[in-house]
Design a protein around this ligand. Structure first.
Ligand code: APR
Ligand code: PHB
Length: 390
């Protein structure tokens, strides 16, 4: 098979780029290791920044998001039994975020690819990029016993943190930065009315908690847990009891509990690989960088990569202008690092760190006091939470 752009990974990054390029007549193929059902079974975060929502609309995939997604103008921070609201709208000059599950985003992108007869190959095993520094790269993959080959002009590594793309860059060409946090988030999805119309981020001496939602009948809750905990250790009852302990009394009192329909533990990690280009391979999204979920930056960090890459490829194919591709890595990383900073800051502000010395604990307290008392600090939070400009 021959195509212009071979995209490895059929998650939101790969599918969004595929859709945008196809709309501009740029031929591409998506290679995904898993089945579609598997990809759509993954529960991921659900807060979209303004710029991501715009890209979805540009890709012709914003209709259901605009219909079913909720616009949120703020969120709450719970601490010491109190609730304080961060007014995103007021502090960001009228901006907001859209609450709409990433699984739904992926579903909408697949539907759009189907409508346009986009080529998305599922269950592609042993995907391998080749000759990335030459003029004619290609990608091989296996279906059953048969090895197939796709010749292309560019390879996009949108295959997530565990993908093959980043690993095909020689170690001598890559610098990796990583921080692994000593805790994870235990998440529960339940068909219950959300405890609050807006998200609640809770700082508590027992650990962080988050009340989020997918819709007015579907709630998503998280609690900070030690990395040694296993999902099987947590019954639904134990989860709800622990969540309630970490919320202000009046919030805990109105929390509606119910059976979990999904329960999982995600470790918290910050990670960046530099550069995001190797020859004709371009990394995007989780393949190149990971953030802890605290600031809801994961998908949004991927969105700016896709925006830059899309425009760089357009300039290349439309005007023969290589500058976008040449500058891609530097441009993408500049924004990636800002998202890293913000999610590290929000994680550090709100979690319990068992190894914190008393001095650190006081600093954490005063950081929150300062935030809640300062319009300037809230503006900085809002500017980052709704998403820095691309
Ligand atoms: N070959 C082909 N596909 C692969 C391979 C491989 N070797 N390895 C992984 N994949 C696929 C995965 O199965 C997955 O569907 O690549 C896809 C990567 O998707 P994501 O992990 O969702 O990454 P990305 O599309 O960059 O999405 C950005 O935002 O909220 C965050 O982490 C969250 O996934 C989210 C991310
Ligand atoms: C979620 O709804 O899953 C969610 C929301 C906000 C976050 C992280 C996760 O910061």
């Amino acid at each position: 098979m021959k195509t212009r752009v071979c995209i490895i990974g059929g998650g939101p990054s790969g599918l969004l780029l595929s859709q945008l390029l196809h709309l501009q007549g740029i031929d591409n193929v998506v290679l995904e290791r898993q089945s579609r059902d598997y990809v759509l079974g993954r529960i991921r975060a659900g807060v979209l920044e303004h710029g991501f929502a715009e890209l979805m609309r540009e890709a012709g995939c914003g209709e259901r998001m605009d219909r079913e997604g909720e616009i949120h103008h703020g969120f709450f921070i719970a601490h010491e039994g109190r609730l304080d609201r961060i007014d995103l709208h007021r502090h960001s000059g009228g901006n907001s975020v859209v609450v709409y599950g990433q699984t739904e985003i992926t579903r909408d992108l697949y539907a759009a690819r189907d409508r346009m007869n986009g080529v998305v190959i599922h269950n592609a095993e042993d995907v391998r990029p080749h000759d990335l520094t030459g003029a004619a790269p290609y990608v091989t993959y296996r279906v059953g016993d048969e090895i197939r080959r796709i010749d292309c002009e560019f390879v996009i590594g949108a295959d997530g943190f565990h993908g093959v793309s980043r690993k095909s860059i020689p170690a001598t060409e890559l610098r990796e930065y990583e921080r692994v946090y000593p805790f994870g988030w235990l998440g529960v999805l339940s068909r219950t009315k959300p405890v609050s119309p807006e998200l609640i981020y809770a700082k508590h001496e027992r650990g962080f908690a988050l009340c989020s939602l997918r819709s007015q009948v579907l709630s998503r809750y998280y609690i900070q847990v030690p990395l040694s905990d296993r999902v099987e250790d947590w019954s639904d009852d134990a989860f709800w009891a622990e969540l309630k302990r970490r919320l202000p009394g009046e919030v805990a009192a109105r929390l509606v509990t119910g059976p979990s329909i999904e329960k999982s533990i995600a470790p918290l990690r910050s990670f960046v690989a530099e550069p995001m280009r190797y020859g004709r391979l371009f990394l995007a999204g989780d393949a190149a960088h990971i953030v802890p979920p605290t600031g809801a930056r994961g998908l949004n960090s991927a969105a700016s990569d896709i925006h830059y890459l899309y425009h760089a490829l357009l300039d290349h194919y439309r005007h023969g202008d290589p500058s976008g591709l040449d500058n891609y890595s530097a441009k993408a990383l500049a924004r990636v690092w800002k998202a890293q900073r913000f999610s590290w800051w929000m994680t550090t502000l709100l979690h319990r760190f068992d190894d914190a010395i008393p001095y650190d604990q006081r600093l954490q307290q005063v950081e929150l006091e300062y935030l809640l008392a300062s319009e300037a600090a809230q503006a900085a939070l809002a500017e980052n939470y709704v998403g820095l400009p691309f």
